[in-house]
Design a protein around this ligand. Structure first.
Ligand SMILES: O=c1ccn([C@@H]2O[C@H](COP(=O)(O)O)[C@@H](O)[C@H]2O)c(=O)[nH]1
Length: 270
């Protein structure tokens, strides 16, 4: 999916919501555990109930890798289900990869070719040659960690290096990389006070913003400082939506939570 197509979907649905599919077998409704693939059964029900309210889904691969081969199969079934049934949805593999060049190429093939995701999250720590193999996939998007939502973001990302903080070096340096137009960034909703500075460096780039809901980030604050001319935001909520109920009404309860965010987004976009 191109950035223009993503923007068109956002305008059509009046939503820039990304729903996180972080499936934990200890949290899903117990009746689903009888299913052959409880993780996929849960995802399918959540997707069918919420697809009209969001523009993106983000499975965090940790929640699938934790279940070994079975978990990877559930992830494969989930991305195939999305691509076959909801082709207008932007898919994100939240895998936070990045390694020496030839290894990064294999990670990119895993998520872009074997599993046909639109995008994958990467860590910037190993530098340009660890990210460019992802960017080499011209019709795909690479989403690089810039300023994360957790407390540990202050350990390194905001440290001053020469004249500015490390996260600003990450943003500025990456602007010269080949296929920069396919680069997006992760910025935590819990760091709303940083969005003005971030927008000075990357005024038009898309930002994937986790941390609304369970982590306490505020949608209005993020939008106040983070919206760009082409909207430029994908706001993620995972636990706050998918675990709204652990009874048989879990999908409707998730849709209700998604609707609460979508209504606020429609209001912001109007
Ligand atoms: O800075 C970051 C980067 C990634 N995440 C991921 O987003 C979701 C958030 O889940 P919630 O349940 O809505 O808190 C999860 O997959 C994280 O690993 C993040 O939170 N912060």
């Amino acid at each position: 999916m191109t950035t223009q197509e993503l923007v068109a979907q956002i305008k059509k649905k009046k939503s820039f919501l990304c729903i996180g599919l972080d499936v934990d077998l200890d949290k899903i409704p117990p009746h689903l555990l009888k299913e052959e693939d409880p993780v996929f059964a849960f995802n399918k029900a959540i997707i069918d109930a919420t697809h009209h309210l969001c523009v993106s889904y983000k499975p965090n691969t940790a929640f699938y890798e934790a279940y070994g081969l079975k978990g990877w199969k559930s992830l494969e079934k989930t991305i195939n289900y999305l691509n076959e049934n909801y082709p207008g949805i932007f898919t994100i593999a939240d895998a936070k990869r990045g390694d020496i060049g030839n290894t990064s190429t294999m990670y990119a093939k895993a998520f872009f070719e074997d599993l046909a995701f639109d995008s994958v999250t990467v860590a910037p720590y190993m530098g340009k040659d660890s990210v460019e193999p992802f960017l080499a996939f011209e019709d795909k998007h690479t989403i690089m960690l810039a300023l994360t939502s957790n407390e540990g973001a202050f350990d390194f990302q905001t440290k001053q290096i020469n004249d500015k903080e490390l996260y600003k070096h990450v943003l500025e340096t990456s602007k010269s990389w080949k296929n920069f137009e396919n680069l997006m960034y992760v910025v935590g909703a819990t760091k709303a006070e940083y969005f003005t500075e971030i927008r000075k460096i990357v005024p038009n780039s898309f930002l994937l913003v986790p941390g609304v809901g369970a982590q306490g980030g505020n949608l209005q604050d993020v939008c106040k400082y983070g919206l760009s001319e082409n909207i430029g935001l994908l706001i993620n909520s995972s636990r706050g939506i998918i675990y709204a109920s652990n009874k048989t009404d879990f999908a409707e309860a998730a849709a209700k939570k998604a609707l609460e965010l979508q209504v606020q987004m429609a209001d912001i976009l109007s």
